[in-house]
Design a protein around this ligand. Structure first.
Ligand code: SF4
Length: 443
C-alpha cells in the first residue's frame, strides 16, 4: 500500500478534452426523492466482502448490494488519493484527470501478475490503459483473475493473434461514407463522436481507434457527419458512440444533440455509454437536464458484471430513468468473467432493479488478441436457456453475433422448435417438456 499526500498527477499527454469547461460541483445535489429506487442493501462483514471480491465468480448471494462497497471505496481513497476530498471524488472531471494510466500507477495499487506486467510493458500503440479511480476501487488488489480486473488491466494474452481475428472484424471502416460515421443498416447510422473513454475495456471492438487520439469531436468532422445524415432522408435513428459520448462536456453534448434534432427525419437519438458503470459521477442533474431537452433520447448502457452494480451505479441509472430516458444494457459475453448462469442472472436482476432492460448479450467480436475473452457460441445459448423461463422475460437479453465482415447483428436462440408433424408445431419448453401447437396454414 502506498501512502501519498496528494492525488496522482496527470501523466504527460493525458487527453483533457472530455471534461472541459464545466464548473466543479455545479447543481450536483440530489433532487428530493430520487434515491427511492435504490436497491436494498445486504450487509456482510468487511472480511467476507474481501473474500468474495477476490473470487473469480461473484457468489449468488451478492445479488443484493454489498454494504462494503462504499467502505472499500473510502479505504481505497484514503490509501491512494489521501489528498482528495469528497467533492473531488464525486467530480467526474477529477475522476478523469486522475485516471490510472501507467505501469507505475498500476503497480502501486495492484499486485500485478507477470502476464499483466508484460501486457502493460508491451502495449506500445495498442489500446492504452485508462481506469477511473472509482472503477479501480472496485478491483481486487491480489487477484488477477477477478472479473472486473480482467476487463480493464491488460495482459500479455492480448498479443496472441488467433485465426479469424482482425483489427476491424465488423468492417466498419469500409461502411463509413464519411469519417466516423458507419451506415450499415438502411434506417440508422452509428456516429463515432470521439475516441476517448474514461476507462478502456480490454475487449473493445473499436480498440483499433479508441484511445489513439485520431477521432476528435471537432466541429468540422461532426458537421460532415451531420450533413450526411441531413442529406439521407432514410435515416431515422442516430446512435452516438465512440469512445464514450458522455465524456463530452454538457455544452458540447447539447450542441451535438441540438444539431441532430434540427433534422426533421431523425426520429430518435441513442447514446451508447459505459459511464454509469465506470464513472457514475458523470450522471449529474445538469447532464440529465441537458439530455431530456432532446427527447426522445434512448441509452444503451454497457454493464458486464454484477459487481459493477454499486450504489453509485444505481444512483446514476435512477437519475437517467427519472429523466424519462429508456435504458437498455448491452453486455459482452466474456470467458471467466460473466459466462456462468449465476453471474449472468445476478447481473440481469440488478439491471431490472436499476430500470435497465437487458437488451443484447453479444458474442465477443473476434478482434485481434481477444481469444482469452471469447467463449464458444454454445456457452451463450446455454446462458439463454438458463434464463428463459427461469426468470422474468424482461430479464432475458437477445443473444447476438455481430457478423464478421459487416453483416450486422444475427440473433441466436436455443432450439425451442423441434419440428412439424401432422399440421402441428412440435415445441420444447424451458423445462425440456414437449408440446404440440396446432399451427395455421400459410395463405
Ligand atoms: S467503453 Fe465502449 S468504446 Fe470505450 S473501451 Fe469500453 S467497449 Fe470500447
Amino acid at each position: 500500500m502506498i501512502q501519498k499526500k496528494a492525488a496522482f498527477r496527470l501523466p504527460a499527454g493525458t487527453p483533457t478534452t472530455g471534461p472541459a469547461n464545466e464548473p466543479a460541483g455545479e447543481n450536483d445535489e440530489e433532487p428530493p426523492g430520487t434515491s427511492s429506487g435504490l436497491a436494498k442493501v445486504l450487509t456482510i462483514s468487511p472480511l467476507e466482502c474481501r473474500r468474495r471480491s477476490t473470487a473469480p465468480v461473484l457468489p449468488t448471494a451478492l445479488r443484493q448490494h454489498c454494504a462494503c462497497v462504499p467502505l472499500r471505496t473510502t479505504a481505497f481513497r484514503r490509501n491512494f488519493f489521501p489528498g482528495s476530498t469528497d467533492k473531488d471524488w464525486s467530480d467526474w472531471r477529477w475522476q478523469i484527470r486522475n485516471r490510472i494510466r501507467s505501469l507505475e500507477q498500476l503497480e502501486k495499487i495492484l499486485n500485478l501478475s507477470d502476464a499483466e506486467r508484460q501486457g502493460v510493458e508491451m502495449l506500445g500503440a495498442k489500446l492504452p490503459v485508462g481506469i477511473t479511480p472509482y472503477y479501480m476501487s472496485l478491483l481486487a488488489r491480489d487477484a488477477p483473475d477477478q472479473p472486473l480486473r480482467r476487463t480493464v488491466v491488460p495482459t500479455v494474452h492480448e498479443f496472441r493473434q488467433m485465426p479469424g481475428e482482425a483489427d476491424d472484424p465488423l468492417d466498419e471502416d469500409r461502411q463509413s461514407p464519411v469519417p466516423g460515421l458507419v451506415h450499415r443498416y438502411p434506417d440508422r447510422v452509428l456516429l463515432l463522436v470521439l475516441d476517448f473513454c474514461s476507462t478502456y475495456c480490454r475487449y473493445c471492438t473499436r480498440s483499433r481507434i479508441v484511445g489513439h487520439g485520431g477521432f476528435h469531436p471537432s466541429t468540422a468532422r461532426l458537421e460532415r457527419a451531420i450533413d450526411y445524415i441531413r442529406s439521407t432522408p432514410g435515416i431515422r435513428d442516430v446512435l452516438l458512440s465512440g469512445g464514450d459520448p458522455l465524456t463530452l462536456n454538457d455544452e458540447r453534448l447539447d450542441w451535438l444533440l441540438g444539431r441532430l434534432r434540427q433534422i426533421p427525419h431523425v426520429e430518435i437519438i441513442r447514446i451508447g455509454t459505459k459511464i454509469p458503470a465506470v464513472l457514475p459521477q458523470r450522471i449529474t442533474p445538469k447532464l440529465v437536464r441537458t439530455l431530456r431537452k432532446h427527447h426522445p433520447v434512448w441509452m444503451s448502457l454497457h454493464f458486464t458484471h454484477p459487481a459493477e452494480c454499486t450504489p453509485d451505479a444505481y444512483r446514476a441509472c435512477n437519475r437517467l430513468a427519472n429523466a424519462g430516458i429508456p435504458l437498455g444494457s448491452q453486455t459482452v459475453l466474456l470467458k471467466g468473467i460473466n459466462d456462468n448462469i449465476d453471474t449472468m442472472k445476478a447481473l440481469v436482476h440488478h439491471l431490472l432493479r436499476m430500470r435497465v432492460r437487458p437488451y443484447y448479450l453479444y458474442q465477443c467480436d473476434p478482434i485481434s488478441g481477444s481469444g482469452h475473452f471469447r467463449t464458444p457460441v454454445e456457452k451463450g445459448l446455454e446462458l439463454i436457456r438458463g434464463l428463459r423461463g427461469f426468470t422474468s422475460g424482461y430479464a432475458v437479453p437477445t443473444y447476438v453475433i455481430d457478423a464478421p465482415g459487416g453483416g450486422g447483428k444475427i440473433p441466436l436462440m436455443p432450439d425451442y422448435v423441434l419440428g412439424r408433424s401432422e399440421g402441428s408445431l412440435l415445441l420444447r419448453n424451458y423445462e425440456g417438456r414437449t408440446f404440440r401447437y396446432p399451427d395455421a396454414e400459410m395463405p
